[in-house]
Design a protein around this ligand. Sequence first.
Ligand SMILES: Cc1cc2nc3c(=O)[nH]c(=O)nc-3n(C[C@H](O)[C@H](O)[C@H](O)COP(=O)(O)OP(=O)(O)OC[C@H]3O[C@@H](n4cnc5c(N)ncnc54)[C@H](O)[C@@H]3O)c2cc1C
Length: 275
Amino acid sequence: MQPRGVLHHPLAARRVTVVGTRQVGGGLLRVTLRGPELDGFSALGPTDHIKLFLPDPATGVLHAPWITDDGGLQRPDHGVSISRDYTPLNHVPATANGEASIDIDCVLHKNPGPATRWAAQAAPGQEVVVVGPRGSVLAPTATPHVVLIADETALPAVSRWLELLDPETRITAILQGEDESVEDYLTPNQHARAAIEWLYREDGPGQVYEAVRSLTLDDSTYVWAAGEATELIPVRRHLRRELGFELDQMSVQGYWKRGVVNLDHHAPIDESDPE
Ligand SMILES: Cc1cc2nc3c(=O)[nH]c(=O)nc-3n(C[C@H](O)[C@H](O)[C@H](O)COP(=O)(O)OP(=O)(O)OC[C@H]3O[C@@H](n4cnc5c(N)ncnc54)[C@H](O)[C@@H]3O)c2cc1C
């Protein structure tokens, strides 16, 4: 399988302003961010992500990071600097009539940390800082079959996959949410683009693994999975150990982990088989 193309972007820390919020289905809240510093923003891959830097919840002060002369990211050495990862959507470049904007769709989960609490109260005029994406890993081309496995946190990325994959690529998706309302996140066109199996957490644990095991996957299939890290370990082991998937044929990413604050998604999800 051809490796996915990679584009690198100069790292930037962009101060942006909230211009609106709205519910987008499945318990996700869309926050629209706009500002002149979004000029030059680029997110061309389905799994591109930004780090959203938020005000200190105790003081409301935004301790913004900056980019150093050698292109690295520097957090201030005073004050609380909080950041979490999100998937940028709907990038609208600046025009003569308006500034550039992006959306982020935030899961308002039941164990909210600072990012979820911030999103729930976000209101026009508030400022945050968007860092990245550092690069774009492009959708695989000339791939007959792509399987997407995701929970709510990865639905924004799923919407990007559905938009960016070649029209000839057959897409199978295993998508998990709390209950049936999660299905409302995707538009009718997005529903029609893939063969989707919806799973509801209220029906019990282990469903994602069982759903993946029931798929027919061969060496022409690319698999992308993202969601709760522990739940994806058996999925990854199935792909690697039982089906013999190579690393360039799959990407399995923990987007969050039960009981862990601000999961580092670069850390291997399966310590017995670090990449
Ligand atoms: C590359 C990448 C892209 C992502 N894109 C998105 C996106 O577009 N939209 C989005 O909503 N999220 C996205 N996430 C996930 C998001 O970054 C995490 O859910 C993050 O932990 C939320 O921050 P928090 O401050 O609410 O919680 P934290 O302070 O990080 O954690 C507090 C507690 O909440 C729990 N927790 C975290 N997330 C969830 C959840 N979804 N459900 C239940 N419990 C949870 C943690 O286990 C912890 O116990 C992405 C993550 C990555 C790595």
